[in-house]
Design a protein around this ligand. Structure first.
Ligand code: ZN
Ligand code: ZN
Ligand code: FE
Length: 751
């Protein structure tokens, strides 16, 4: 019936945006078009994926539905645009070369853990990629770490220097092949290689013998050793000059993880997912692991192998668990180049396992935990960056510089918020350079030219100084806790106003004090501080953060009364030092006023005798959380005073807490009562704010909400009180998330 087919022939052009490149979209479209007997073409442009198809009307309709509703597994279609075209009578279907469109951009896929098919290729002795550490396909492998520019094609990656052999090229050109247009496609004949003699057997032998290895991975070097070897773990901690911060582990497989940790279904999904993050899991009682892996911690951060090299390191090896910590010295950025590794890690590693595929972007391992069946990102990096968030409307192009600790910055483009990978603590030159490198790269990849800059109000943050030194752009200063709440709102697509509970270690307050126990009524355009922890004096600047007893002393001075000072906390500190700091507080020398929740945790951890000095941020709070005993229902009294903003007065609690400790109540029981008190303080304050404003939506943000005991009790308590509780998931609740909030606020103010 030639007449009918002529009449019902149709041609459309479809443009897709989202994650549509480097995820096997073109072969998918090609195969679909063939199956439906459609003519036309498909291509990647810097603006996304473009296809024109023509053929039978029904077939065209089915094509449109399939590409938008059932795209390939790693793809994410955010927008699709379809326009009718003149029928050309084209019968054949082709894949056209990529096109660069000036000023246009496409989203870039994060790096993806090795897929099951590639894993079996590597494990199969009859496969030409048997034992090949750089095996990948369109469904897996490096992306963000190797991309220099868009459109995403091999010449614009760090694979440009490797010329595909005939066999690889044939796969690359065959639309039915899993490696069709897989840009990093490679094999032992033509691809990257490990740079050592007999590399894998030697690496396995050395790890088994207790040596520390510097291993080049996907986003940087790791330092690795056998996690069950007490000596090796101890040596690594010593040489890396790394405080007591927990080391991450990598396990051969899920069974090896289940041997040492409690794993829920949600945890299993996170571990085995394409992002393959470090998942924080409860350690099983009696798990045979050296204490030095995570001193004083009841949880372990653990991940599965995510590159073929990792899988091969475990193949046939006697160990099932490796320490896999970032290859860096204390707080510097992760090392990426072979030369940098030789220079910086020489004193740490016994042996190096480098390779010759360059890492263009430094990307650390991401850290997540699950809560209420949902994955919650704590450190957003490999496997997540540079995924974007939808701002709900197009906004001007902006740069938000983020905070100081756990820095990540944010760019905006159209409706997209592009949150950078975890940069780290902006306290040294190397980290600032990493910040600048990443900023330059993301601006280029996403074609962003910022029209304004948002920054934290803290005048001493390097990120704020950086922002203020950018010439001739409008600047928007954003209060730290407002940014936390706006970040939670933006991530969840909220508009209007919400009650914001922002608890953290510190943030520069609008009144110049150090804030951190804040109840806001916030929208993007502004906020009102409705309640906060009563200010206490804190002496010693940065030292105060390292010595929790100084927080305790601040609370005790505020409490007054000689009895308070006789407590255990201060008995562990030389009397002379206590006297000096007390005098500093009384005279107001080098003393700030703070409503910080982090310092309240420090004070309690000190008073119950858990810890008087810390080696990393949040250590005392983590130990206090870990110490808390289960099954304790009591709580302490507290006050909510004043007529705006209300002041949460914890003096009644402190008084009881001191006498409990003196009376021999265990740290575990006191900690549990303290946590219960905070839960009730949050719920009661929110009820009062609702009474005045009618708002019943509560956003919880700030580093304190990484405390699972607090989060898992306050969330149901608020729900029982009739609140809708809004939490972070894709964006960290800590300072790694504030850039998103800064961007959302700046976008609103510049409207
Ligand atoms: Zn694969
Ligand atoms: Zn090859
Ligand atoms: Fe914060």
């Amino acid at each position: 019936m030639p007449l009918r087919s002529t009449v019902l022939r149709r041609r459309v052009r479809i443009r897709l945006r989202g994650i549509v490149q480097g995820v096997g979209f073109r072969p998918f479209v090609h195969n679909l078009a063939k199956e439906l007997k459609l003519g036309g073409y498909v291509l990647n442009s810097s603006a996304g994926l473009v296809a024109e198809v023509e053929g039978d009307t029904d077939a065209v309709e089915r094509f449109i539905r399939a590409v938008t509703e059932q795209p390939p597994p790693l793809a994410w279609v955010q927008e699709s645009e379809c326009s009718e075209m003149d029928v050309l009578g084209e019968e054949s279907f082709a894949i056209h070369p990529s096109e660069a469109v000036t000023g246009e951009f496409a989203l870039i896929s994060p790096d993806i853990a090795t897929c099951a098919d590639c894993r079996s290729d590597v494990a199969d002795p009859s496969n030409r990629r048997f034992g090949y550490p750089f095996t990948n396909c369109t469904n897996c492998g490096p992306r963000y770490t190797i991309i220099l520019d868009i459109p995403y094609d091999r010449p614009k990656t760090t694979m440009a220097g490797f010329t595909m052999c005939a066999a690889c090229r044939a796969e690359y050109q065959d639309p039915r092949n899993r490696r069709f247009h897989a840009q990093p496609n490679a094999c032992p004949q033509c691809g990257p290689s490990l740079l050592a003699s007999d590399p894998l057997p030697q690496a396995r032998r050395r790890l088994a013998a207790g040596e520390i290895l510097a291993i080049k991975g996907l986003g940087g070097f790791h330092l690795a050793c056998d996690a069950r070897n007490r000596d090796a773990v101890g040596r690594l901690r010593e040489r890396k000059r790394r405080s007591d911060k927990p080391f991450a582990l990598m396990a051969r497989d899920l069974a090896a993880i289940e041997e040492v940790c409690e794993v829920s279904d949600a945890d299993r999904a996170a571990l085995a997912g394409p992002s393959s993050p470090i998942v924080i899991l409860p350690r099983k009682a009696g798990a045979a692991l050296p204490e030095a892996i995570a001193p004083g911690n009841r949880t372990i951060g653990i991940m599965l192998p995510y590159t073929p090299l990792h899988h091969l390191l475990f193949a046939g090896a006697p160990y099932a668990l490796l320490v896999m910590t970032s290859g860096n010295l204390s707080e510097e950025p992760i090392v990426v180049s072979n030369r940098e590794a030789q220079q910086r890690l020489a004193g740490v590693a016994d042996w190096f396992l480098p390779h010759n595929r360059d890492i263009f972007m430094r990307v650390d391992d991401s850290v997540v935990r699950t809560f209420e069946g949902t994955e919650r990102v704590m450190r957003r990096s490999r496997g997540y960056a540079p995924l974007t968030m939808d701002l709900g409307r197009a906004v001007p192009e902006l740069l938000a510089c983020g905070g100081e600790l756990k820095n990540a910055f944010c760019l905006t483009k159209g409706r997209h918020a592009i949150l950078s990978q975890h940069i780290g603590d902006l306290e040294n030159y190397e980290t600032l350079v990493f910040f600048e490198e990443t900023l330059a790269n993301l601006k280029k990849l996403f074609r962003v030219e910022p029209r304004a800059v948002a920054y934290d109000l803290h005048p001493l943050y390097l990120s704020s100084k950086y922002a203020l030194e950018i010439p001739s752009l409008p600047k928007v200063g954003v209060q730290h806790h407002h940014a936390h709440i706006a970040s939670c709102m933006a991530e969840n697509g909220l508009n209007g106003q919400a009650i914001g509970v922002a608890f953290d270690g510190s943030g520069y307050g609008s009144d110049g004090a150090v804030w951190g126990g804040e109840f806001l009524v916030a929208g993007y355009a502004g906020f009102e501080r409705r309640a906060h922890f009563r200010y206490v004096p804190l002496a010693g600047g940065d030292t105060a953060v390292r010595e929790p007893w100084r927080s305790a002393l601040g609370y005790l001075v505020d409490l007054g009364g000689a009895g308070a000072f006789a407590c255990q906390a201060l008995a562990n500190v030389p009397e002379e030092r206590v006297r000096v700091v007390r005098r500093m507080i009384e005279k107001g020398v080098n003393t700030v006023r703070t409503s910080s929740c982090g310092r309240l945790f420090d004070a309690v951890a000190s008073i119950v005798g858990l810890r008087q000095a810390v080696t990393f941020e949040g250590q005392a709070a983590i130990e206090l959380e870990m110490a808390a005993q289960d099954g304790v229902a009591e709580r302490y009294p507290f006050g909510i005073d004043g007529d705006g903003p209300w002041e949460l007065d914890f003096r009644p609690m402190m008084e009881r807490l001191v006498s409990d400790t003196a009376g021999g109540v265990t740290a575990g029981a006191v900690s549990a009562r303290f946590h219960n008190t905070l839960v009730e303080a949050i719920a009661e304050t929110c009820r009062r704010i609702r009474g005045e404003t009618g708002l019943d939506r509560v956003c919880l943000s700030g580093g304190t909400f990484q405390n699972m005991r607090l989060l898992s009790t306050v969330t149901p308590a608020l729900r029982t009180a009739g609140f809708e509780v809004v939490l972070h998931a894709k964006v960290p609740p800590n300072d790694g998330g504030i850039a998103l909030g800064q961007a959302a606020i700046a976008a609103e103010l510049l409207k």
